[in-house]
Design a protein around this ligand. Structure first.
Ligand SMILES: [Zn+2]
Ligand SMILES: [Zn+2]
Length: 272
């Protein structure tokens, strides 16, 4: 994997890009706009230029936490689709290919209906979006009514969206573990990878979130821990990161602390 971190954008996008370089990372994840606001911000000319000139880092973007395409509230699903369209346009300006998105929460609509609704929306949004952008569905811990906690659901989202070149998976190790997929030993990693390969296909994974878990296997709680300080542990994550099939895939740490802490975590798991 390409060692990377979720980089703070408190100092702006250009500073985040510099920080990734200074830390010696090969990949990174950013929010291109305030993740807690519906209203997006336009990309500045300086940002477009600096990101355009950058040839060494693989950068991915993470969608706003407000987005829920499967919301039963018409206003929220409309705002979500709109925010995604704007996000994909910002990404194209920055030269970012993949957007990571949590599939959504079904509230009380039922899982299958919600999955169909999400897939139909994503298909429509991508059809109207810049061609060199795509969406990665992130697996979730299964907290509340959130979707995407099982490999079967992820497979269904990809199949129903039916745009194989424009969609893929971002695999979060903490979320998978919380959802009941064991990753706490080399054997467990191998078994979980095999299961994912049979149900979805390992080649669908375009990014990893490498996080340890503060909660036990199957807890369904999404609580990231520093690498080696949770129930997964350092060695199994190193083993996962060393798998040949993931050689050129970003491995992004989203662990507590600063960018420097997350970089330490990334280098503990991956070498550059
Ligand atoms: Zn994640
Ligand atoms: Zn999480």
């Amino acid at each position: 994997m390409l060692p990377g971190i979720h980089a703070s954008v408190n100092g702006g996008l250009v500073n985040a890009l510099s920080a990734l370089h200074e830390l010696g990372l090969l990949s990174g994840q950013i929010f291109t706009s305030n993740q807690k606001q519906w209203k997006g911000r336009p990309v500045t000319q300086e940002e477009e230029k600096k990101f355009g000139e950058d040839g060494t880092l693989t950068i991915i973007s993470h969608a706003s936490y407000l987005i829920n395409l499967s919301s039963t509230k018409g206003r929220v699903s409309w705002l979500s689709a709109n925010a995604l369209q704007e996000e994909l346009i910002r990404m194209q300006k920055l030269g970012i290919h993949w957007l990571v998105m949590h599939p959504g929460a079904h509230l009380d609509a039922g899982e299958n209906q919600a999955i169909e609704k999400i897939a139909a929306s994503v298909r429509k949004i991508l059809t109207g979006a810049p061609e060199d952008t795509g969406i990665l569905f992130e697996n979730t811990a299964g907290q509340g009514t959130t979707l995407g906690y099982s490999f079967e659901q992820l497979d269904k989202l990809l199949k129903l969206t039916d745009m194989p070149d424009r969609t893929g998976i971002c695999f979060d190790t903490c979320h998978a573990f919380a959802a009941g997929y064991d990753l706490s030993s080399e054997d467990a990693v191998l078994r979980t990878a095999q299961e994912f390969d049979e149900v979805v296909g390992l080649e669908k994974i375009q990014a990893f979130h490498i996080n340890d878990s503060k909660k036990e296997l199957g807890s369904r709680l999404d609580r990231h821990a520093r690498i080696g300080e949770g129930f997964i542990g350092l060695e199994p994550l190193q083993y996962l990161a060393s798998m040949e099939v993931f050689k050129n895939i970003p491995g992004i740490t989203e662990t507590p602390g600063s960018d420097i802490d997350r970089a330490k975590d990334a280098f503990a798991v991956m070498s550059n």
